[in-house]
Design a protein around this ligand. Structure first.
Ligand code: TRP
Length: 73
C-alpha cells in the first residue's frame, strides 16, 4: 500500500480513546491516545497498526464515509 488513507477522528466528548492494535500474529493494543471534546486525530493504518478501536463519542471520517461512535455505555 503506497499511501494508505487517513482516518480522521473528532472527539464529541472528553476522554475519547483512540487505540491502535498491532499487525501480525497477535493483535494487541500498542498505543492509546486520549482526545478531549473538539480535538481531532488524523491517523493511518501502517505496518505496525492493523486496526483501531475507538471508545467514546466521536465522529469518524474514512474512505467509507462518516460513522459515529456512541459514547453511551
Ligand atoms: N507508531 C504507530 C504506527 O506507526 C503510530 C500510529 C499510526 C497509530 N496509526 C495509529 C497509533 C493509529 C494509534 C492509532 O503504527
Amino acid at each position: 500500500m503506497a499511501q494508505p488513507d487517513y482516518i480522521m477522528i473528532k472527539a464529541l466528548e472528553d476522554g475519547v480513546n483512540v487505540i491502535g492494535l498491532t499487525r501480525g500474529n497477535d493483535t494487541k493494543f500498542h498505543h492509546t491516545e486520549k482526545l478531549d471534546r473538539g480535538e481531532v486525530m488524523i491517523a493511518q493504518f501502517t505496518e505496525h497498526t492493523s486496526a483501531m478501536k475507538i471508545r467514546g463519542k466521536s465522529e469518524i471520517h474514512s474512505a467509507h464515509g462518516i460513522v459515529y461512535s456512541d459514547g453511551k455505555e
